[in-house]
Design a protein around this ligand. Structure first.
Ligand SMILES: Cc1ncc(COP(=O)(O)O)c(C=O)c1O
Length: 417
């Protein structure tokens, strides 16, 4: 970064400060991770200088001999890893990827069915404040109040009543495994296209720690920067039948030139995710989340659905008498980074909800083992209690303890100072 420091010392200083923050804190946001040095290097290459509208072999600009090979490698690796016929690696991020799916299959006003945002779904699954809810008719399913889980019979009833053309399964705060065959059966019954949005769990699927949507979903949408541990980007995978519609929707339907440096970094991340180490990583992410869940439950924390099958835990803090935002801000002061989140049937507002959402992808990338989860749970318990009583001394003490543990497990991709 020596050149950046000369050209723009303000930005350089902020990057260094962020590196230090990421090194010193326990990052429990389930959608975040630490990418490898190799992925970081690929994102910072001259590939970003090149315009490449179109697809390998069919571009609107000349000079593509290297770019075509980069994109082809990413496509082939994605197809192989996720066992899907077709892959498009150009979507700029998860939200544009999902919008491209609408463009591929729906006309404005058509019906889309997805999980409601406050139940754990994503904005882009037809929720009202998103373009997907404004331009299309969104009908939403949720989880059951008692179990915190999706009841597929209820989903089927809703689908039969509303006849959506597109059904999304998956979400952003879903601690339980997605029943891809069950959703596929419902989609077939009503003649809908099934999209598995596996943004959160793509790395677990790649590593064999979550069932695969291949053979069930028509389209698989995923970001590349969460459990998959790649750059900020996205991919759309599909059956051969839908390949053309997906490609046309991404370009020229929605986007212009692909971000070739990101495509290269996606290819690198996919190569890493195909290795045996990544399978060990994916299993460890789940083991850590389940162990952390057990430790939190033992300390009286109310876990939505009672636990987790994947990398994330959704915690209802109502019983602790601390709002999610207050807890999240206290945890941040203690060096534990989470996000506040609505819980199903929340009585509080989305910007001041009852819960927090935590996950283990980033801490597992640091190599932190399950045996440390008791300590992590104890810190969370201490800080949530301190948030209620205003005990800043405890928060300070936890911050020092967190830093000491982070020093034992340095994060990948960060400079060693
Ligand atoms: C399930 C799901 N889909 C789509 C997205 C959107 O991804 P992005 O933030 O890259 O637009 C997210 C992001 O959190 C997500 O969780």
């Amino acid at each position: 970064m020596s050149r950046l420091a000369v050209t723009d010392p303000e930005i350089a200083a902020l990057v260094v400060a962020e590196e230090q923050l990421q090194a010193d804190t326990l990052r429990l946001i389930p959608s975040e991770n630490y990418v490898s040095h190799a992925v970081l290097e690929a994102t910072g290459t001259v590939l970003q200088n090149k315009y490449s509208e179109g697809y390998p072999g069919k571009r609107y600009y000349e000079g593509q001999r290297h770019i075509d090979q980069v994109e082809t490698l990413a496509i082939e690796r994605a197809r192989t890893l996720f066992a899907m016929d077709h892959a498009n690696v150009q979507p700029y991020s998860g939200s544009p990827a999902n919008l491209a799916v609408y463009l591929a299959f729906l006309k404005p006003g058509d019906t889309v069915m997805g999980m409601a945002l406050p139940m754990g779904g994503h904005l882009t699954h037809g929720w009202g404040v998103s373009a997907t809810g404004a331009w299309f008719r969104g009908v939403q399913y949720g989880v059951e109040k008692e179990s915190g889980r999706v009841d597929l019979d209820r989903v089927r009833d809703l689908a039969l009543a509303e006849r959506p053309k597109l059904i999304f399964c998956g979400g952003t705060a879903v601690p339980r495994a997605i029943d891809f065959p069950g959703f596929a059966e419902i989609a077939r019954e009503v003649g809908a296209v099934l999209v598995a949005d596996v943004a959160h769990i793509a790395g677990l699927i790649a590593g064999g720690a979550h069932p695969s949507p291949a053979g069930h979903a028509d389209v698989v949408s995923t970001t590349t920067h969460k459990t998959l541990r790649g750059p900020r980007g996205a991919m759309l995978l599909s059956t051969a039948e839908h390949a053309k519609a997906i490609d046309r929707a991404v370009f020229p339907g929605l986007q212009g030139g692909p971000h070739n440096h990101t495509t290269a970094a996606i290819a690198v991340a996919l190569k890493e995710a195909a290795g045996e180490d990544f399978r060990v990583y994916a299993r460890q992410v789940v083991t850590n989340a389940q162990t952390l869940g057990e430790q939190l439950a033992a300390r009286g924390f109310d876990l939505v659905s009672g636990g987790t099958d994947n990398h994330l835990l959704l915690i209802d803090l109502t019983g602790k008498d601390v709002p999610g935002k207050v807890a999240a801000k206290a945890l941040d002061r203690a060096g534990i980074v989470v996000n506040y989140n609505t819980v199903p049937y929340d009585t509080r507002k989305p910007f001041d909800p009852s819960g927090i959402r935590i996950g283990t992808p980033a801490l597992t990338s640091r190599g932190i083992p399950a045996s440390e989860m008791a300590r992590v749970a104890e810190w969370i318990d201490l800080v949530v209690g301190a948030a209620k009583s205003g005990d800043e001394a405890t928060i300070e003490k936890v911050r020092a303890d967190v830093k000491a543990l982070m020093d034992v497990y340095p994060a990948p991709g960060l400079p060693v100072r």
